[in-house]
Write a protein that binds this ligand. Structure first.
Ligand code: GLU
Length: 438
């Protein structure tokens, strides 16, 4: 434990919560939680036009959705505020005075320039190793309109907020020599830098931009992804637990996460892996949670009606959960349990009923079901087996046409529980109308 660790996430609100920003926030948060340190949220809102209430709301909501709680910052408070750069003007002015006093700042053409040392700036980056870069030109720290530039405020705030580790995207690596020059000019100790790899789009070599599919955290929320699953996936973008595991609880990730585990290589966004992880989380949800998440979606889609039998709803979920791919498709996936106008999978229909005997099998089992008094999975299974033996075939010859006739699908929950949950009346009624229509 090192509770002197202080890390920060320093976004410039844009109105979007980009996956790259979210991952930077996450890695800082993980490092703070791993070390018992402090996670600071600092809003770099010097660009007034883009910093609207709405942009801040998107940022806070995105972070809270992912469970990234900050110890200091807007709404949380702390000893090093204010946490909006737009409110720290006096601090920046006093730091400028320090540079003027030491002869490291001068005016030229209305702007204020920082006088570089001209020496190579070498850092031991916790991810990239030794990185050396020499600044060749003095650079602007205050524009002619009086506003301070990013490099200056970023370093001043890291000093003032006693940041010990700067964990940020690799796109900032080339700024680091400017920042190191500034730290040294202020006589401040250098933080440890850790530049984390870029996230490349799923195809090609470019960095993921906000226009790329899957780039915005708010879209995952509206598509009903589980935040724990998205967070688990984001942990793997540039970090790995050094074994083949991909699905890990956040407690375990916090335990294992360290800067030395961050990869140098760029990470590639993989929507399929994310969907796979999300599906796994959905299938492992406690049934009550799944019901709680699903009910409003089904109601809104008109699949579930007010006053629907709660026991029936719970048993539908219980038998379907292991086959669910995501929450978004639940209304379509479960419709046939609640409505008669469910859709039919035409491909499955063709495949199953191209066998001439399929319809005969359906007629045979229709007779069995009508005379079957105990309509439970336990009683139905041996009865269908006996029927198959009697007709010298396998149970599969019955299961496929029946499943299609009662659900319109070629796949779904286990067959016998499906029959039991739908119940005798629905099963018989649907087979009957199916036979009448074919
Ligand atoms: N506001 C900068 C950004 O959003 C912060 C960079 C840093 O973390 O130092 O990229």
């Amino acid at each position: 434990m090192n509770n002197t660790v202080r890390v920060r996430f320093a976004p410039s609100p844009t109105g979007f919560f980009h996956i790259g920003s979210a991952r930077t926030a996450l890695f800082n948060w993980l490092y703070a939680r791993h070390t018992g340190g402090t996670f600071v949220l600092r809003v770099e809102d010097t660009d007034k036009e883009r910093n609207t209430e709405e942009a801040l709301r998107v940022l806070y909501e995105g972070m809270r959705w992912l469970g990234l709680d900050w110890d200091e910052g807007p709404e949380a408070g702390g000893d090093y505020g204010p946490y909006f750069q737009s409110q720290r003007e006096d601090i920046y002015k006093s730091y400028l005075e320090k540079l003027r006093a030491s002869g490291r700042a001068y005016d030229k053409e209305g702007a204020v320039f920082f006088k570089i040392s001209g020496e190579a700036q070498v850092i031991q980056d916790a991810v990239r190793g030794e990185v050396s870069r020499t600044e060749e030109k003095d650079f602007v720290i205050f524009r002619s309109n009086g506003t301070p530039v990013f490099h200056f405020v970023n370093v001043v705030d890291d000093i003032e907020m006693k940041i010990t580790h700067v964990i940020r995207g690799e796109d900032h690596l080339s700024n680091t020599s400017k920042h190191v020059e500034l730290f040294k000019a202020f006589g401040a100790p250098l933080p440890t830098f850790a530049h984390i790899p870029l996230i490349l789009k799923s195809q090609g070599s470019g960095k993921m931009s906000k226009r790329d599919e899957g780039a915005l955290i708010e879209d995952y929320a509206s598509r009903h992804f589980l935040p724990e699953a998205v967070r688990n996936y984001l942990c793997l973008l540039g970090w790995s637990p050094k074994d083949d595991r991909e699905i890990l609880s956040i407690e375990e990730i916090i335990k294992l996460f360290d800067l030395s585990g961050i990869n140098k290589n760029n990470a590639r966004f993989d929507e399929r892996k994310l969907s796979f992880i999300n599906a796994d989380y959905v299938r492992k949800l406690p049934l009550e949670t799944l019901a709680w998440l699903t009910r409003p979606m089904l109601t809104q889609a008109g699949v579930l009606e007010e006053g629907c039998d709660e026991d029936y709803f719970q048993s539908v979920l219980a038998i379907s959960q292991e086959k669910v791919k995501d929450l978004e498709s639940m209304p379509d996936f479960l419709k046939y349990f609640f409505k008669e106008d469910y859709s039919q999978d035409e491909k499955a229909h063709k495949k199953i009923f191209k066998k001439p005997e399929a319809k005969t099998r359906l007629e045979e089992i229709f007779g069995l079901f009508k005379s079957q008094e105990v309509f439970t999975a336990e009683a139905l299974e041996p009865a269908v087996e006996a029927l198959a033996t009697e007709h010298e075939t396998g149970t599969g010859a019955y299961i496929q046409p029946v499943r299609f006739a009662i659900s319109g699908q070629g796949m779904g929950p286990s067959f016998y529980p499906l029959l039991e949950v739908l119940g005798k009346d629905r099963v018989i009624g649907r087979i009957e109308s199916f036979l009448a229509a074919s």
